[in-house]
Design a protein. Structure first.
Length: 149
């Protein structure tokens, strides 16, 4: 019985989720179903569209399993809007990481009360940029050594 449950769960897990943490700015493309009622023809039509939701990840909960969720917060016309997305939902088309944030907390609930400069999150330098900087520094040092000879 347990094997069947594990098999069912593993078949529904997403494999294309990017690596993101609290503090990162993400864009979540979420499928929404609209019901259009035509009164003249007396028909109902279900339309599906993809709606992007861009904001800061303020929390990730419940690990990496099937019940994993993440909370995204954005500010619309001065009002904070939060959405909780199931990580492995089939309604999520894709998740894009736009910016990496540098934070020291796992849950960023303090952003709900923060305003102005305190609500900003510094950008985290990735390993790729550090490696590129190291390579340019090494190239500069090599060229200086060659010039001295």
């Amino acid at each position: 019985m347990e094997e069947k449950i594990k098999e069912l769960i593993s078949s529904n897990l997403r494999k294309d989720t990017p690596d993101f943490r609290p503090g990162d700015t993400v864009k979540v493309y979420f499928k929404i179903k609209d019901i259009v009622i035509d009164e003249k023809k007396k028909t109902k039509e279900i339309k599906e569209k993809i709606q992007p939701f861009e904001g800061i990840v303020i929390a990730r909960k419940h690990g990496k399993g099937i019940s994993a969720t993440f909370t995204v917060r954005k500010i619309v016309d001065g009002i904070g809007v939060e959405k909780i997305f199931p990580l492995h939902s089939p309604l999520i088309e894709k998740i894009e990481v736009i910016k990496r944030g540098k934070v020291r907390r796992a849950k960023l609930y303090y952003l709900r009360k923060a305003k102005g400069k305190k609500a900003k999150i510094k950008e985290r330098k990735t390993e790729k940029t550090n490696n590129n900087e190291r390579k340019t520094l090494e190239n500069e040092q090599d060229s200086l050594e060659n010039n001295e000879k």
